[in-house]
Design a protein around this ligand. Structure first.
Ligand SMILES: Nc1nc2c(ncn2[C@@H]2O[C@H](COP(=O)(O)OP(=O)(O)O)[C@@H](O)[C@H]2O)c(=O)[nH]1
Ligand SMILES: [Mg+2]
Length: 199
């Protein structure tokens, strides 16, 4: 039975931060703490291990005590570049992917993705917020690295297109869409700080 001990969380912090003045978003502070710390704290009890995926400031990320892996594909080719390098470095059978800029993960995120994957006999479980799919919140076996490698080698980069080649189950998170609230701009960060939602 698939359970949390078979799962490594991959925190994707490999983006360009284009809408954040080119800042490394995982290290951008929300209420005086780097965003990645919120994600690490929320996901740690839900998985066996954690991998941080970063393309800059690797030394700062390594201070958290988890392996830091960088995309093999150069020049910020998108989240799938992070997926594949994490699949190749993971020591568990499955990975769960998460963005570094979403500080509001529910305590049962991984449980729900696991149930969705198993109940539907799917290859990939992807979160759905009731309105839309949240493609960077997903659970999959590392054996899909072959499929993803071929897809990337063919020049494709779109996550939805790769998913469409597999049996995908949509995990229902329509009861907690705020889970997927993420911070892409300095304005979004400031608004959140002012809302007083943070402890
Ligand atoms: N490894 C890696 N991750 C990336 C890349 N581009 C974006 N990401 C990550 O993918 C996640 C989603 O990116 P983001 O720009 O926030 O997209 P949006 O919020 O869906 O519009 C973030 O955690 C980024 O760090 C990339 O080129 N490589
Ligand atoms: Mg984002």
């Amino acid at each position: 039975m698939l359970n949390k001990h078979n799962v490594t969380a991959v925190i994707l912090a490999g983006g360009k931060g284009r809408r954040m003045d080119g800042k490394d978003k995982g290290l951008v502070e929300l209420a005086n703490r780097p965003l990645i710390e919120y994600v690490i704290d929320a996901i740690k009890p839900q998985v066996e291990s954690i991998i941080l995926n970063a393309n800059r400031n690797q030394e700062q990320y390594s201070r958290y005590g988890y392996p830091v892996v960088s995309d093999a594909l150069a020049d910020y080719q998108g989240p799938l570049a992070g997926f594949i390098c994490a699949m190749k470095s993971s020591t568990t059978s499955h990975i769960v992917t998460l963005p570094c800029d979403g500080p509001f993960l529910p305590a049962d995120l991984v449980d729900r993705l696991i149930s969705s994957l198993t109940d539907n006999n799917a290859e990939i479980a992807v979160a759905h917020d009731g309105d839309r799919m949240q493609p960077v919140y997903s659970l999959m076996p590392v054996t899909l690295s072959n499929s993803l490698g071929s897809f990337l080698d063919s020049g494709e980069r779109k996550i939805d297109l790769w998913y469409s080649q597999h049996r995908v189950a949509l995990a229902d998170f329509s009861d907690c869409p705020e889970t997927f609230r993420n911070i892409n701009t300095a304005e979004q960060r400031d608004r959140l700080q002012n809302e007083g939602m943070l402890s």
